[in-house]
Design a protein around this ligand. Structure first.
Ligand code: CP
Length: 324
């Protein structure tokens, strides 16, 4: 891949901590760079040496299948050394704080730290204490930027654009960092964004996101190009937000009846992991004429390669400037 110096002019940032505040051009730069890696990842030989000699550390304080694995694959495909720090067997369990853990890893001179944490704002705090680039792999219910970029890439490849599309984000919007990052990205890129949820699962201040809120699925899904379902984040709920899972599925679970009011070619999306029979009917999730859930996972590797390439480039451009 081409060497660009100094910082990438189209994405001149050290870290990727969230989508909020990024410009349409910066988001487009991330999507265009990701696009380059999609075809590459379908080749037999996927190995590049763009990040040869660089060290990437995955530091996940919360469970993950898709994000952790795709960041590891992305780093390895670019030729970097990738370490997955096992938090469960680390000194975190002896009481070492997040910041002390980050400073310890920082002393080992990594180039990129990829961090998932259950506290909103924890990844930003950590980024202020280290010398390397930091990518937010999900912080509490705040942001999950690479998920929103891979969702946007999936939509753009299928529909040819983001601007003007009617997109519904449905379910547990209140506790979802995926929803927050997607709202920021899709509104910035000119989509008409709707959120559909029971009142108890709509976040305070939803009016400030530039989206339209609905509490009725059939009203919210009417004429939609994209129906994105969200998992019930039971691990972030204190108290009762809905009477029962059976009732939740009846009113908010995506089935063919509710989907019938969306456009005939509407795509079904879900960031995963899916809870079948809770927020989505199994038949709908597996309907590969409409569901792009597997494609979202594929796009995740390309997007994470793009983010690693751009941020590593920017970090070393800064270093070169300092040494002039
Ligand atoms: N979508 C997502 O973040 O999935 P994981 O929790 O498996 O990484």
């Amino acid at each position: 891949m081409t060497d660009r110096s100094p910082r990438a002019p189209d994405f001149p940032h050290r870290h990727l901590l969230g989508i909020e505040g990024l410009s349409p051009l910066e988001i487009k730069a991330l999507l265009d760079t990701s696009e380059r890696f999609v075809e590459h990842n379908r080749k037999m030989d996927k190995k590049l040496d763009t990040l040869h000699g660089r060290t990437i550390v995955n530091l996940f304080f919360e469970n993950s299948t898709r994000t952790l694995t795709s960041f590891e694959l992305a780093g390895k495909r670019l030729g970097a050394d990738v370490i997955n720090m096992a938090v469960e067997t680390s000194s975190v369990k002896k009481g070492e704080t997040l910041i002390d853990t980050a400073m310890t890893l920082n002393a080992m001179q990594p180039d990129v730290l990829i961090v998932r944490h259950d506290q909103s704002g924890a990844v930003k705090l950590l980024s202020e204490k280290v010398d390397c680039a930091v990518i937010n792999a999900g912080d509490g219910q705040h942001e999950h930027p690479t998920q929103a970029i891979l969702d946007a890439l999936t939509i753009r490849r299928r529909k040819g654009k983001l601007e003007g599309l009617r997109i519904a984000l449905c379910g547990d919007v209140a506790h979802s960092r995926v929803a927050r990052s997607n709202m920021h990205l899709l509104v910035t890129m000119g989509a008409e964004v709707r959120v559909v949820a029971p009142l108890t699962l709509l976040p305070a201040g939803i009016d400030n996101f530039g989206v339209e809120a609905f509490t009725d699925m059939k009203k919210g899904l009417e004429g939609c190009d994209i129906v994105m379902m969200l998992r019930l984040q039971l691990e972030r709920m204190e108290g009762n937000f809905f009477p029962s899972v059976r009732e939740y599925f009846h009113f908010y679970g995506l089935d063919y009846d509710k989907l019938s009011v969306a456009k005939p070619d509407a795509l079904i999306m879900h960031p995963g992991p899916t809870n079948r029979g809770v927020e989505i009917d199994s038949l709908v999730a597996d309907d590969f004429s409409r569901s792009v859930i597997r494609e979202q996972v594929e796009m995740g590797v390309a997007v994470r390669m793009a983010c690693l390439e751009i941020l590593s480039h920017n970090l070393h451009a800064e270093e070169r400037l300092r040494n002039l």
